[in-house]
Design a protein around this ligand. Structure first.
Ligand code: GRE
Ligand code: ZN
Length: 319
């Protein structure tokens, strides 16, 4: 395998509120050792990277911190800064930001990139009330991404109070939790957000914006033809969605280990916008590595394309 760079790899800050940690109850039940792995930014993490042949991990806070005031994000980013410094080049950082407080989010994103050397941001997909980032109050946040030419990774987060009931029903509470999160809702919600940003004209206002969507593109690649056709009715966007998708959106493989969606992605997504990622510790680096080997063996990609997905595209995007 070529060197591997991964971009959706999570930790929990020492100051994470207990209420937020409680959101991971399903993962605690089903993923052995997940809390220990989330809380480690040194030996355990590096050992797990070695097992999966990960050369460089870009670490980011797990979902949910964006609803808390800026001091939580600052503390988390400071911890990553220290961990990166002590990692002998094995770690880099994506900033977390308090998206429920847009002005503070912009300021913290700016501090993390300009003062701490972070290579971008990974943020919760909506604020604490389920609000998205297509309004004017988020313009200062997007401005930071453009000014420093760094990507923003839109990462799914837990349903807000008004979103939660649509995932509840006459079934097991674990099923409700999964339906609202990694079993469906997260991905639909993040795909929707990308389309909302497009509909709002954000990509015309900020044509150099770089957005990363994980989990093999949060359903967008599979729906791309239909979205492209229908969205042509929407507005005055200078570039249509298909063009914006090709120019402004990058996708990662995080946590989806199947060649089926990959066939679709290879057919309709520029090869240099497809990035390997794991979603550690919710899935393991070894499982990701085994899938990369399967992709390589499958003949769906050339050696050169495999290297691009493994690390070259990430090097280019993160500089
Ligand atoms: C993620 O960060 O993508 C994630 C979680 C919890 C469970 C599954 C998952 O935070 O993919
Ligand atoms: Zn994730």
């Amino acid at each position: 395998m070529p060197p591997l760079i991964t971009l959706e790899e999570h930790y929990l800050s020492r100051d994470t509120p207990d209420a937020m940690k409680g959101l991971f109850k399903e993962q605690v039940q089903f993923v052995p050792g997940v809390m220990d792995k989330l809380e480690d930014l040194s030996c355990l993490r590096i050992a797990d990277m070695d097992k999966g042949e990960v050369t460089l991990q870009v670490v980011s806070h797990a979902a949910g911190l964006g609803s808390y005031p800026v001091n939580y994000s600052r503390a988390a980013n400071d911890q990553v800064y220290e961990a990166v410094k002590n990692s002998k080049g094995r770690l880099a950082g994506f900033a977390t930001a308090p998206m429920s407080y847009p002005a503070d989010a912009a300021a913290e994103f700016r501090r993390a990139v300009s003062k701490l050397g972070f290579v971008g941001a990974l943020v919760d997909n909506h604020d604490g009330n389920g609000g998205y980032f297509d309004g004017e109050e988020y313009d200062a946040f997007w401005a930071v991404a453009e000014e420093f030419d760094v990507p923003v990774y839109l990462h799914p987060t837990w349903p807000s109070e008004d979103m939660a009931p649509r995932f509840e029903g006459n079934f097991d509470p674990i099923a409700s939790n999964s339906l609202g999160s990694s079993g469906w809702g997260w991905h639909a919600d993040t795909g929707l957000h990308v389309l909302r940003l497009f509909a709002s004209g954000l990509f015309d206002r900020r044509p150099k914006l770089k957005i990363i969507a994980g989990h093999m593109g949060e359903m967008i690649p599979f729906m791309l033809q239909r979205i492209g056709k229908i969205s042509a009715r929407w507005s005055t966007a200078q570039r249509n969605f298909t063009t914006v998708y090709r120019e402004n959106i990058w996708i990662t493989t995080s946590g989806v280990w199947s060649l089926d969606p990959m066939r679709c992605i290879l057919a309709n997504t520029p090869i240099d916008h497809i990035l390997y990622s794991v979603d550690y510790p919710f899935t393991s680096n070894e499982v990701g590595l085994a899938w990369m080997k399967e992709l390589h063996r499958s003949g769906l990609v050339t050696q050169e394309e495999c290297e691009a997905i493994a690390y070259k595209n990430a090097e280019k995007l993160l500089r």
